[in-house]
Design a protein around this ligand. Structure first.
Ligand code: ADP
Ligand code: GLC
Length: 482
């Protein structure tokens, strides 16, 4: 099949989170299965240029923007196209500047969506558009409205994958007109949402099929608790939603080959992990004599989603335990402040790096004993799956993909891969940590078993790619929303 992916970030061109990991990996695994995959992305300031492939005149409301699509380096059978339009994308960041969304995000990502459709019109229609998150959610909207009379394009089915329902692309009511979309879409069974235009809702209503990135999250988003106001819209699509768990790109995340580590290691020989721990303590300037003490790692976007208010609430009690913490992240200033404050309060025991740094992310995965993800919600979560492979025991809140990927350790059977808590409370988090610390301190044999159980798990993309393939076949045969 010929499939066009449309997304706002993708490793190795651009990344703020797991979306980029997924869009960077899944196409390769589909290409291996014989599909012809192209990926359309914006070319941001940090994205190296490709060679000019197609010139596109992209109408958006009263204006027509002259953009180019550059062909990025083809990788393992996947073709990347970079939408080059400097006025919109040649900027310091992807979406946000100094904590505020860029004011023209509606135009920027409407341009991406319409570029995808125009690209298809000029160079040949794909069998399917696979769109990711709110930034690409207008593709089905354009197809079912502006292009509804185009005999070829209007028939091409669309899949929207929701990586995170918390980000919806909300804009003022007059946005549709500015983008050249019919005003009549501003209705409750269209893009209208609490008096605003909601891009993601447009995708949820008009795409032929919806997916999310874990089974659990596919159920959760149909409830008011996790629906971010869109649960009723999603419930109406219940027959056309699938939860397909993300995979891991083990060519990037594997302690046996990881080039960011001082020493490599495997399930059979964990000696290198000790060296990685030593290196990590050194990196964060924590005392080397603490090598025996449990080290808890955190790598995260600093966003409310990730449960940092629980860490703030639990901090004093948490630090009564004999442990150390290393944290890597950037994001909301209040969480950056929280971690800076904690590092000042416990300079010998908490190391904090406010940055985005892939090499340090790898070092933390390898050098920590435990990895903490107390998320309020988590569509899939990749770090806990990386942790498993690195022999780093995940401590997670039982939500979304965290719940689907981590089995609680059971001392009586020796089975399980981590520790989970259910209530979103500081108390439950502390209880979970206490159980982990107890096993670590009192039962080294069981702890080794737990580490090995995790390292044995296989979350490679092959399985998930096969699930997407099945879905593609079904949607191409029977579009649901025509
Ligand atoms: P989300 O997409 O919600 O941020 P995921 O767990 O799916 O969460 O993916 C996060 C990805 O981003 C992982 O690959 C993780 O290593 C990476 N990451 C997050 N924060 C940082 C950071 N500060 N530095 C380097 N990598 C980071
Ligand atoms: C989102 C989610 C995360 C998921 C990632 C990739 O950013 O927050 O849970 O793993 O997308 O699908």
């Amino acid at each position: 099949m010929k499939i066009l992916f449309v997304a706002s970030e993708c490793v190795p061109f651009s990344k703020t989170g797991g979306l980029a990991d997924v869009v960077g990996a899944l196409p390769r695994f589909l290409a291996v299965r014989g599909h012809e995959i192209s990926v359309l992305l914006p070319r941001y300031r940090g994205t190296p240029p490709g060679r000019e492939a197609v010139r596109l005149a992209i109408p958006l409301g009263k204006q027509t923007h002259q953009a180019t699509l550059q062909a990025g380096p083809g990788q393992n059978g996947v073709q990347f196209f970079l939408l080059d339009y400097p006025p919109y994308f040649d900027r310091e960041n992807l979406y946000v500047d100094k904590g505020k969304d860029y004011p023209d995000n509606a135009e920027r990502f409407a341009l991406l969506a319409r570029a995808a459709v125009e690209f298809a019109r000029q160079t040949g229609v794909p069998d399917l558009f696979h769109c990711h998150d709110w930034q690409a959610a207008l593709v089905p909207v354009f197809l079912k409205s502006v292009y509804a009379d185009d005999p070829q394009l209007a028939r091409v089915p669309t899949i929207l994958t929701v990586h995170n329902l918390g980000y919806q692309g909300l804009f003022p009511a007059d946005t549709l007109e500015r983008l050249g979309l019919p005003g009549e879409l501003f209705r409750l069974d269209g893009l209208k949402f609490r008096g605003k235009v909601n891009f993601l809702k447009g995708g949820l209503v008009f795409a032929d099929f919806l997916t999310t990135v874990s089974r659990k999250y596919a159920q959760e988003i149909q409830t008011p608790e996790y629906g971010h106001g869109l649960d009723s819209v999603i419930r109406r699509r219940a027959a056309t939603i699938a939860g397909i768990l993300n995979g891991v790109d083990y060519s990037q995340w594997n302690p046996e080959t990881d080039r960011f580590l001082v020493a490599n290691y495997s399930r059979e020989n964990l000696e290198g992990k000790r060296l990685c721990k030593k290196d990590l303590l050194q990196h964060f300037r924590l005392p080397a004599e603490h090598l025996q003490k449990p080290l808890v790692g955190i790598v995260s976007r600093f966003a409310a989603q990730k449960g940092f208010d629980l860490i703030a609430e639990a901090a004093e009690k948490l630090m009564k335990n004999d442990l150390q913490i290393v944290t890597l992240g950037t994001g909301e200033p209040k969480f950056e402040k929280l971690f800076r404050r904690l590092a000042r309060r416990f300079p010998q025991r908490i190391g904090v790096r406010i940055a985005y740094d892939n090499s340090v992310a790898h070092k933390i995965e390898a050098g920590s004993d435990m990895f903490l993800m107390p998320s309020r919600y988590e569509p899939c979560g990749l770090n806990q799956i990386y942790s498993l492979r690195y022999g780093t025991v995940p401590l997670v809140r039982a939500t979304g993909g965290l719940d689907d990927t981590i089995e609680p350790f059971d001392l009586s059977t020796g089975r399980g891969t981590g520790f989970k808590f259910r209530d979103y409370s500081a108390k439950a988090l502390l209880g979970c940590l206490a159980r982990a610390l107890q096993l670590y301190a009192r039962n080294p044999g069981a702890w080794q078993q737990l580490i090995r159980n995790g390292m044995e798990k296989d979350y490679s993309w092959d399985n998930s790619a096969a699930e997407y393939e099945q879905l593609y076949r079904r949607v191409v045969k029977f579009p649901q929303n025509g």
